[in-house]
Ligand binder design. Structure first.
Ligand SMILES: [Zn+2]
Length: 303
């Protein structure tokens, strides 16, 4: 494989009716992001253009069919066109089956690029779960979607929230508390710890600190000197993260062959197309993945 100056990161545009296109464009133009990586947007080029216009962003979008055709010029954004039906006149801020299908199609196309090695990592803009449900697609978050799209056992895939220097892996995610408790066997907890350890090494921490605990979930985040926290339930980690950094949390899916992050906030229908969306979480996710050793090295690491 060709060696590259900078990692290439595919940015899946997310829900076409939400703020995904806007925060992806803003992040792709951010000077820190441009210094750290070469971003390429994956989405419906017509929709992305419509968002740019509505938000008053005067930018050059370069529509391409393959990542290999990208031109890495600072002023332009490469858009891998993944045109989807019924989006041409889709109103912003609304839910629809077409939007639900499209957001997952963009993510799937970006994941394909990563599996093929044409990009080093994927960041997905926010999806809208109501639209995905309207499309009749079973979806309970990116970890299980990633497992399906990459052919990984869903039991080996976990969500790690990253905010500032804090990382939080979740042993269970979108289950009822009753179901989650039934899943929390010693093997499951050990599997979560092992996946966390491997992910930390991939994130550049050579010797993650040995495991300690258990600690009570209400005070553990005050503990200092740990590389990551492993929590049992969705809300143990998500409440802390969203209070500490509501718009700057990256949600890394760990345990699959590719580097994938989403952002830990929603599709922002109430401000879609208004130019007011804050790209901080998208920028944080891109910088996090850009600093991570390349895909090629990742796959060479024993998993
Ligand atoms: Zn959640």
């Amino acid at each position: 494989m060709m060696s590259r100056d900078k990692p290439r990161i595919a940015v899946a545009a997310g829900d076409p009716a939400g703020i995904g296109s806007e925060i992806s464009i803003k992040a792709a133009l951010d000077a820190r992001v441009r210094d750290a990586c070469d971003p390429v947007m994956v989405g419906d080029a017509g929709v992305i253009e419509r968002h740019a216009r509505a938000c008053g962003m005067n930018i050059e979008l370069r529509t391409i069919r393959r990542v290999a055709d990208a031109v890495w010029a600072r002023a332009a954004i490469n858009v891998l066109d993944c045109g989807q039906p019924d989006l041409a006149s889709l109103p912003f801020g609304t839910t629809s089956a077409a939007s639900g299908r499209a957001s997952l199609a963009f993510a799937a196309a970006a994941i394909k690029c990563a599996l093929a090695g044409s990009v080093d990592a994927v960041v997905a803009a926010p999806q809208n779960e109501t639209s995905i449900a309207l499309a009749g697609i079973p979806f309970d978050g990116y970890p299980s979607f990633l497992a399906r799209e990459t052919g990984t056992d869903p039991n080996d895939v976990y969500l790690m929230l990253c905010l500032g220097g804090m990382r939080i892996t979740h042993a269970t995610l979108h289950q009822s508390v009753r179901q989650a408790i039934a899943m929390l066997t010693p093997d499951k907890v050990l599997g979560t710890i092992r996946a966390t350890d491997r992910a930390l090494r991939k994130l550049g921490i050579e010797a993650p600190r040995n495991v300690e605990g258990p600690f009570a979930a209400d005070t553990m985040f005050h503990l200092r000197g740990f590389d990551a926290f492993v929590v049992m339930l969705h809300d143990h980690g998500h409440i802390a993260a969203k209070l500490l950094a509501p718009n700057a949390t990256a949600a890394l899916t760990i345990g699959t062959p590719i580097l994938f992050s989403s952002v830990a906030h929603g599709s922002g229908h109430h401000i879609a197309g208004k130019g007011r969306a804050d790209p901080a979480a998208m920028i944080a996710a891109l910088l996090l993945l850009a600093k991570t050793p390349r895909q090629i090295e990742l796959q060479a690491t024993p998993a």
